[in-house]
Design a protein. Structure first.
Length: 159
């Protein structure tokens, strides 16, 4: 019975973690698809992350920035992304980007905590405490990078 239960849990987790290609249309109707997230820049061009779990965000001047992990725009319009595939990013209480190896969330007093496990989840409970798969660690800017467009693809158009 225990083996069947473990197999069921494994199958459910496998299904929920599947990522499918994201597709997006640019300003002239060209469709772009990628393994990671996609976004359109200020001039209408579509860009997509080259990474399966890659993130994307738009900075204060409308340029798309892609990363290996989740990306976030800070309080002054700069984009930071986790250095880790399946890594997380969140803003702390004063708008600074903090990153981790797993998903990151901000607690009720503005502190960022991230799962210690690459791809691990994190959530804030009803009293503002953070709970993480594999344990939590405080997010840090040292685990963020500002990559520009080096992790973006804009040449994956499809008709």
């Amino acid at each position: 019975m225990e083996i069947a239960r473990q197999l069921l849990i494994f199958l459910l987790l496998s299904i929920t973690q599947q990522t499918f290609a994201e597709c997006l249309s640019d300003s002239i109707g060209q469709v772009y698809c990628s393994l990671g997230e996609c976004a359109v820049d200020v001039i209408g061009q579509a860009h997509c992350s080259r990474y399966r779990h890659g993130g994307i965000s738009v900075n204060s001047i409308g340029t798309v920035v892609c990363g290996k992990g989740k990306c976030i725009t800070n309080n002054i319009g700069q984009v930071y992304c986790s250095k880790y595939e399946e890594g997380g990013a969140a803003l702390n209480g004063i708008g600074q980007a903090m990153c981790g190896v797993g998903e990151c969330v901000t607690n009720s007093i503005g502190q960022v905590y991230c799962s210690k496990v690459q791809g691990g989840g994190a959530a804030v409970n009803n009293i503002g405490q953070v709970k993480c798969y594999g344990g939590c660690e405080q997010g840090t800017n040292a685990l963020c990078e500002s990559t520009g467009q080096s992790y973006c693809d804009s040449t994956v158009g499809m008709n």
